[in-house]
Design a protein around this ligand. Structure first.
Ligand code: SF4
Length: 482
């Protein structure tokens, strides 16, 4: 499958809107996840307090990230883990490859991890002839399909049951069945063999606890527990923002994350890993390697506005709530992280140059901010990035020049009362030719469609007409009539 890029977001979005199968797969996303989330948060009395608490823990951590990371690294090493530091994705991939080479390991199982997606670890492994096996069912499905995840929690959400059934026929060779039980049992049978022969298990990390050096990984299928405990070596890739100061902080995030993401009170499994196994006869890996990866996060940390992006706990709630994501799904964003949080962090991770369209892929309705368990102000971040993009626009761009000219004129006229009054009168006069039933929209006739940029706006939504009388005019005539 051809992987889309953020550079062509406009075209990607149009193609997604025309894809009826995709729209069918996404149609229940908002309702299903929205209702489940509502029901799950209703079981917590102090939901808003918890959100505040989570945000203050994140803010405290980010303000002293150097200290908490050092504490985490020291304590993890005391427990037997080995810590590696990676400045970027290239270094993180190189560390993984080196660890595999040293152990002569070629049989790798992986659990779902956005951090490994972020650095394209599978592609780096495949280049050296290693085929890592994804063990999360959704991830395994998209790996079979040669695709990328379209959601940070539910990677195969864009696929219908029928498409998955066809994929299993083609790639696994079973008889066609859209019985979920048959499909999951098939996946389990194949994956169990892979677990049994794996030499190294690679995972992500949900949280790392500074005071104990523990990592916490959440899941529902049991595949992460197998990935991190059956092979002799466990490699965990952790973004530096995943650290929290205290073990008790986990209580707050364990209440927030599953409820926000999948509408569960708690995920089925929570694996807490503190170093290696203590005795030779214990279960668990003999070696645990934790790679602490920056990959652009220090840049986000440096700016007071963008810093809050690092509070994200990757729950996916903002994707489920976003009216744009609900219509086009994740692939159209052309980035590993889709939806509102993707539109914010992708330009910061990979640079604004090729991702310019993403901060504009939002109506700024604020639904993402409403549901975010750590109260990230995504609209504020989107506006911040839009401003950065606008400031970087070159004067040679005629479209942007005309936009600047129009807004310059607007600002000049609307900050002078006499021009404002004149403009209102002219608008009232002109709108008679295009307004219908008190609005200017699709049905407003030929002229409304013609007049740019009004035509582009009214092709999809109605613009209100200028009121017959302004507030000042009404106020004045009321006073005169008294
Ligand atoms: S921005 Fe908030 S809602 Fe979106 S994934 Fe991150 S934590 Fe969840």
């Amino acid at each position: 499958m051809e992987h889309l890029t953020a550079e062509t977001f406009d075209q990607n979005a149009r193609a997604a809107l025309a894809d009826t199968q995709l729209r069918g797969a996404l149609k229940n996303l908002a309702v299903t996840f929205g209702e489940r989330r509502q029901a799950a948060i209703a079981t917590v009395e102090n939901w808003e307090d918890l959100r505040e608490r989570a945000r203050s823990i994140k803010d405290e951590t980010l303000a002293h990230l150097d200290k908490y990371l050092t504490d985490f690294a020291d304590n993890a090493e005391k427990a037997g883990a080995q810590i590696h530091w990676a400045r970027d994705g290239r270094e993180a991939c190189a560390i993984v490859l080196e660890l595999l080479k040293e152990r002569d390991a070629t049989k790798i199982v992986k659990s779902k991890s956005m951090a490994t997606e972020e650095i394209h670890l599978n592609a780096a492994l495949e280049k050296t002839g290693i085929d890592p096996v994804e063990t999360d069912l959704g991830e395994w499905i998209i790996q079979l399909a040669g695709e990328t995840p379209s959601h940070i929690v539910v990677p195969a959400i864009h696929k219908t049951k029928g498409q998955i059934a066809d994929l299993f026929v083609e790639k696994v060779g079973i008889e066609k069945s859209d019985d979920v039980d048959v499909l999951t049992k098939t996946a389990r049978r194949i994956l169990r063999t892979r677990f049994a022969e794996a030499e190294v298990g690679i995972s992500g990390v949900n949280f790392g606890v500074a005071e104990t050096g523990t990592i916490l990984i959440l899941e529902n299928e049991g595949n992460i527990r197998l990935t991190t405990s059956l092979p002799k070596t466990h490699i965990a890739l952790m973004g530096i923002e995943k650290v929290v100061p205290r073990f008790t902080d986990l209580d707050v995030f364990l209440k927030l994350l599953p409820r926000s993401g999948t509408g569960q009170r708690l995920t089925t499994y929570q694996s807490l890993i503190t170093g290696t196994k203590r005795n030779a006869t214990d279960e668990g890996p003999a070696e645990v390697h934790i790679i602490l990866m920056d990959n652009g996060r220090s840049r986000m940390l440096a700016h007071p506005t963008t810093r809050q992006s690092l509070a994200c706990i990757r729950c996916g709630a903002c994707l489920n709530a976003c009216p744009v994501y609900q219509q086009i799904g994740g692939h159209a964003y052309g980035s590993v992280y889709p939806g509102p949080i993707g539109a914010v962090i992708t330009p910061q991770l990979v640079g604004i140059g090729k991702t310019k369209q993403l901060p504009f892929a939002s109506s700024l309705c604020g639904a993402c901010r409403e549901v975010c368990p750590v109260k990230i102000d995504i609209p504020e971040l989107l506006l911040h990035l839009r401003a950065e993009i606008a400031e970087g626009v070159t004067e040679t761009s005629t479209h942007k020049f005309s936009e600047k000219l129009a807004f310059g004129f607007y600002s000049f006229a609307w900050s002078r009362p006499e021009f404002y009054k004149l403009g209102t009168k002219i608008s009232r006069l002109l709108q008679k030719f295009v307004a219908k039933d008190g609005k200017i929209g699709k049905t407003s006739g030929f002229l409304a469609k013609l007049a740019p940029p009004l035509g582009a706006w009214t092709a999809w939504r109605d613009a209100p007409t200028v009121a017959p009388k302004s507030f000042r005019e009404i106020w004045k005539s009321d006073l005169e009539n008294k």
